[in-house]
Design a protein around this ligand. Structure first.
Ligand SMILES: *Cc1c(COP(=O)(O)O)cnc(C)c1O
Length: 799
């Protein structure tokens, strides 16, 4: 890759920026000022490069991709952008030679941009990187949350949440564009009237909030293209003089209050709906601003909206941005004066929707009355969309109960997924299994009605972030063995399989893992004061805390091991270190209990001198993208143990596989495709399959039988009841014994057997290293580059 800036030039710019922006010399600048100065240089470079790219794309009338998502879990930007621009080594040299500073210290200055909860938000971030790398002209849209996902601190093992005040350090990546602000209207009244064949709508007495764009640029790797993420910040008009002059003080000040709260904080729920009016307002705010922006940009180029669907693909990431659909409809009808059918044709050829979950509690519905009050015009459009949809269904199906089940509005609720499925030309799941489940269960009837809409695009990750940028020793080994091609094309990782029986490469691989474990152990020692046994298996479960992900199953197995070791202290036992990191939604009671349980387990084991070298648990605080980058290279076992049929895809599984960890998982989400790639011998699959889960549910699942008749389960659950580290967990005990919604006890024996197979495989070093090599070699398919290319070909019609 050619470097766009020489060492001399970068040095000149850095010294100049320090001088002009901070009045500092390299000698008296702080690390934070150097971080900001270097970032500013990168931002300006990206902005310039983006401008060139957009100009070129516009000159050929290229179709644009607009990716709308309530979440973008970006993590840090400096290292990845320098890297993707081919500037990381130049920057490191400048800092070393001119300032005698290690660039890693400068990277550490940057806070994570945590504008997301977990997998869904990280997926959107990975796609911005891949879209740029693959040269697709893309703009992401989201909210500029003043506070991202909370920082997690444990106090005696209880999760506490601290505000994530990221803008003081993260703000350097944002370019404000105040002259492209958009007005967004809330509440008020609508008046509809007919004059001859024309249908007029007026919306009055609304509250106005200004959406001000802040742009973040994302470099592609070795590419001409740069993605733009446009984040909207709410600002009240400084003062609503019109309302004030009419004596309407309430409205004059009221819009102020709404604007202040609107983009304050990210809702910290993962896979769970919170039907609050502020959340609805956030969603509409983002949608109205983004659609307004798309329309303005299109009008500037083409002067009309008739061809919008030919020049723009709008993607909505889960149902959170659904209101973009009626908002565009509003503009086409009310502002352009297009007919309903012309407008609807544009809508249906513009929007595509990705579904992220089939679990009932996460499917979005909004109270009809809330929508009607907050967004009266949008509500009336949704009613008309629904009326026409149901009319069409009645004609096609002649089954009124079925029409009721598919209806967008039902029982006082607006079902957002049903609206998306009607309006979008494409509905996709995020792994092969998940996409099949969509067609067979939750959206079966919609699938039967319009089968061609339903598609699959298996998730992918920005693999360079977790390999080239996080695991240098492994990257160097790959370069030596298979050349440099894998850096641009993930599929080339497969060449590594040529070395699966090469003893010297396998030995190198195991040495690299040992080095990474040692580095990670140093990091843990510094962060937690705990000494890890680096000769034990590093068994990793890092992801949001959720019952369906079954951290409790992992904990139960550890407790069973603990019981065993208490009875057989001198038994031959393969040492294991269980590493957890996970945030719980602040209002999720049982999830917080499970964190406390795992923490108590770690404390009790730590105190037992006889056991702690064989069995250890650590819970790392504040799981975030940056922590994942430190952790993945050191992982050996990847716990992906959700109940089959519940995890849509998972992407943590991909990051871990890429770093040579072996998946211990259920036949769920993308684990199915990982299994297909690596084969039976290179993965540990356990537990019920989705059809087996369904049979068990149909027959009426009862966990109590397992509790009563399985001695190992009984003793482990009883320990949870009676106390760990002096704390009893009756609610977790009861949830195993009486509810067990995600059937941990039904899968327990199978999980335990799989864990013992892991130990056995690990003790055969050659076998294990070969497994690890094969996982690395087969991870290329899970590249986000592959995923966005599939979207471009099969959904956005870009190619
Ligand atoms: C990748 C990632 C996730 C998703 O992990 P899953 O195991 O797929 O749920 C969540 N949070 C962070 C910070 C990540 O990097």
């Amino acid at each position: 890759m050619n470097t766009p800036i020489t060492e001399e030039e970068l040095k000149r710019q850095l010294l100049g920026t320090l001088e002009f922006d901070f009045r500092k010399t390299p000698q008296n600048a702080t690390d934070n000022q150097i971080y900001k100065a270097l970032s500013t240089i990168v931002v300006n470079h990206l902005k310039e490069k983006r401008h060139k790219f957009v100009t070129q794309m516009n000159s050929i009338g290229a179709k644009q991709v607009y990716y709308i998502s309530m979440e973008f879990l970006m993590g840090r930007s400096l290292k990845t952008n320098l890297f993707n621009l081919g500037l990381n080594e130049t920057a490191a040299k400048v800092l070393k030679n001119s300032l005698d500073i290690n660039i890693d210290k400068i990277y550490e200055q940057e806070p994570d941009a945590g504008l997301g909860n977990g997998g869904l938000g990280r997926l959107a971030a990975c796609y911005m990187d891949a879209l740029a790398t693959c040269g697709f002209p893309a703009t992401g849209y989201s909210i500029l949350y003043e506070y991202g996902i909370f920082r997690q601190k444990l106090e005696e093992g209880w999760q506490t949440e601290l505000p994530d005040d990221w803008l003081p350090g993260g703000g350097v990546w944002l370019m404000p564009v105040p002259d492209q602000a958009i007005e967004v209207h809330f509440e008020g009244e609508i008046n509809e009237y007919w004059d001859k064949e024309y249908h007029y709508i007026s919306h009055t007495n609304y509250q106005t909030v200004h959406a001000v764009p802040y742009d973040m640029f994302i470099s592609g790797y070795d590419s001409k293209s740069v993605s733009k993420l446009r984040l909207w910040k709410a600002q009240s008009m400084s003062f609503d003089m019109g309302a004030f002059n009419q004596g309407n003080y309430g409205i004059a000040l009221g819009s102020n209050n709404i604007a202040n709260a609107l983009t304050k904080v990210l809702y910290p729920n993962d896979n769970h709906l919170e039907g609050k009016s502020l959340r609805l307002r956030q969603q509409y705010f983002m949608c109205a601003a983004s659609i307004g922006d798309i329309v303005m940009r299109h009008m500037n180029t083409y002067g009309k909206l008739d061809n919008l669907h030919e020049k723009a693909a709008i993607h909505i990431n889960d149902t959170h941005p659904t209101l973009a659909i009626p908002e565009l409809m509003r503009i086409l009808l009310d502002d352009c004066g297009y007919s309903w059918s012309k407008s609807w044709h544009i809508i249906q050829n513009t929007f595509a929707y990705t579904n992220h979950t089939v679990m009932a509690e996460a499917l979005e519905t909004w109270d009809q009355s809330l929508l009607q009050r907050v967004l009266p015009r949008i509500y009336s459009i949704i009613c008309e969309i629904n009326r026409r949809y149901c009319e069409g269904l009645s004609n096609r199906l002649d089954d009124s109960q079925k029409v009721e089940r598919l209806s967008i509005i039902s029982n006082g609720k607006v079902r957002m997924a049903n609206l998306c499925i009607d309006a979008a030309h494409s509905v996709n799941g995020v792994s092969r299994l998940h996409s099949e489940i969509i067609k067979e269960s939750v959206f079966k009837e919609q699938y039967e009605d319009k089968p061609v809409k339903f598609k699959n695009v298996t998730n992918g990750i920005a693999y360079r972030r977790w390999l080239l940028q996080s695991n240098k020793p492994l990257t160097d080994l790959l370069s030596e063995t298979i050349g440099e091609g894998f850096k641009k094309d993930g599929h080339e990782l497969q060449k590594f399989r040529l070395f699966e029986n090469d003893m010297s490469v396998l030995k190198r691989l195991s040495e690299i893992k040992q080095i990474n474990k040692q580095n990670f152990a140093k990091w843990v020692k510094k962060a937690n004061g705990v000494n890890l046994n680096i000769d034990s298996i590093f068994d990793v479960q890092v992801k949001r805390l959720h019952e369906y992900k079954r951290q409790q199953l992992n904990a139960l197995n550890i407790i069973a091991d603990y019981n065993y070791l208490l009875e057989h202290p001198d038994a031959d036992f393969t040492p294991k270190t269980y590493i957890f990191a996970s945030k719980a939604a602040p209002g999720y009671y049982l999830a917080k209990q499970i964190i406390k349980l795992i923490w108590c387990l770690s404390e009790e084991l730590k105190r037992n001198e006889k056991i702690r070298d064989k069995l250890m648990v650590v819970f790392l605080e504040d799981y975030c993208v940056s922590l994942s980058e430190v952790l993945m290279p050191a992982a050996e076992v990847s716990e992906q143990i959700s109940l089959a049929g519940t995890e849509a895809s998972g992407t943590g599984n991909m990051k871990l596989m890429l770093n040579g960890a072996i998946t211990l998982g259920t036949y769920d989400g993308a684990n199915v495709e990982i299994h297909e790639k690596v084969g039976d011998d290179n993965i540990f699959i356990f537990g019920m399959s989705t059809p087996e889960v369904n049979v068990m549910k149909t027959n009426g699942y009862s966990p109590e039988g397992y509790y009563n008749h399985n001695n190992v389960i009984n003793a482990a659950v009883n320990r949870i009841y009676h106390g760990i580290n002096g704390v009893a967990f009756p609610d977790i005990g009861d949830s195993f014994k009486f509810t067990d919604r995600y059937m941990s006890l039904a899968d327990f024996d199978s999980y335990r057997t799989a864990q013992s197979n892991v130990s056995q495989a690990y003790n055969d070093k050659k076998r294990w290293n070969k497994m690890s090599l094969i996982n690395i070699a087969e991870a290329g398919i899970f590249s986000a580059d592959r995923a966005v290319t599939e979207y471009a070909e099969t959904i956005w019609n870009l190619i």
